[in-house]
Ligand binder design. Structure first.
Ligand SMILES: C[S@@+](CC[C@H](N)C(=O)[O-])C[C@H]1O[C@@H](n2cnc3c(N)ncnc32)[C@H](O)[C@@H]1O
Length: 308
């Protein structure tokens, strides 16, 4: 790890385990090989929001596939925070190699250091950072923490894995479905299965060992509900891509096709869900996204789709 990366805070057991898994993932070079560049549509959204931002926090920045291009494309101060020390080290290396403006860049595994460098006009938390937190309370706390670091006019851009598209063969463990005391046994049982919002554990093969990665797979409703609970007003909820992230970011020529698919298909068909939010006055908070009928017109054929 590079000298400029400060030591991180004490992590609870579950965050420690995910940080250890990601240390191996980044340390092996596997992550950067799989995801060498940003998701094109999400990066466009970032740049749109970054236009009005002097300070940007990338919460769960990883090895900086967003943080570094943002630093280079804008004049903003960028804080890249991640609990994985190896992610921070990898970003240090990439920033040095790219001769990035070190004065405008803070890379840290320490949440308080990230907080002290705020408040921020834009907070990003991209590609499932939130979904690695294993309890509902933990995810809400993380969202509240992001909210507390935003200016009054600030925006949050968040992407999470969509339960409808991810890990269809994975059933949630019973331990993670009994969190809500008020939930009936039948409902809790149903929520274990595809395509409900659910907690799954996926094992990645890294350096000949299987490492567990917990994912909370979101539905649109659950995401909207968690954001509202944490005090965010949801402005936009859309698909981050239709094609799988790995395929899309490794083959940039697919981006135009994905753009067309995102226009044609409803957001619940997205590989991930992308939410743009602002710090909401309570009376403007939306507890759940409204269902909307989308009209698709192709030649003489008109189709209506329920976009929920
Ligand atoms: C799938 S990677 C995404 C990294 C980066 N945002 C990107 O798009 O490439 C998820 C990242 O979230 C980080 N992470 C997981 N839990 C976290 C937490 N509680 N706080 C901060 N970062 C976390 C991991 O260390 C990992 O780098």
């Amino acid at each position: 790890m590079n000298d400029r990366v400060l030591p991180g805070q004490q992590l609870n057991a579950s965050d420690r385990s995910i940080a250890d898994s990601y240390d191996l993932y980044y340390g092996s070079g596997l992550y950067d090989g799989r995801y060498p560049r940003p998701n094109p549509a999400t990066y466009r959204s970032v740049l749109r929001l970054a236009r009005n931002a002097a300070r940007i926090l990338d919460f769960g920045a990883g090895s900086g596939r967003y943080a570094l291009p943002i630093l280079q494309a804008t004049g903003a101060f960028v804080c890249a925070y991640d609990i994985s020390a190896d992610a921070c080290g990898a970003l240090e290396g990439r920033a040095a190699a790219a001769r990035a403006d070190a004065v405008r860049l803070l890379i840290t595994p320490d949440l308080e250091a990230a907080r002290s460098a705020g408040p921020y006009d834009l907070v990003l938390s991209l590609f499932g950072v939130l979904s690695h937190i294993e309890t509902t309370g933990g995810r809400i706390d993380a969202l509240r923490s992001m909210r507390s670091m935003l200016t009054v006019q600030g925006r949050l851009l968040l992407t999470v894995p969509n339960a409808v598209r991810r890990f269809p063969l994975h059933t949630a463990s019973a331990q993670h479905t009994s969190e809500a005391a008020s939930e009936t046994a039948v409902r809790a049982c149903l929520r274990r299965y595809y395509p409900s919002a659910r907690q799954v554990t996926y094992h990645h093969d890294i350096e000949n060992a299987q490492r567990p990665f917990p994912y909370y797979l979101y539905s649109r409703r659950q995401l909207a509900s968690d954001l509202a609970t944490a005090g965010f007003a949801l402005e936009l909820l859309e698909a981050d891509s239709i094609l799988p992230e790995r395929r899309l970011v490794r083959t940039p020529a697919l981006a135009p096709a994905d753009d067309v698919l995102r226009v044609l298909l409803p957001s619940w068909a997205g590989y991930g869900l992308r939410a743009t939010c602002r710090v909401g006055p309570p009376w403007l908070l939306t507890a759940r996204p409204s269902r909307a009928w989308r009209r698709l017109v192709s030649g003489s054929l008109t189709v209506w789709i329920l976009d929920n």
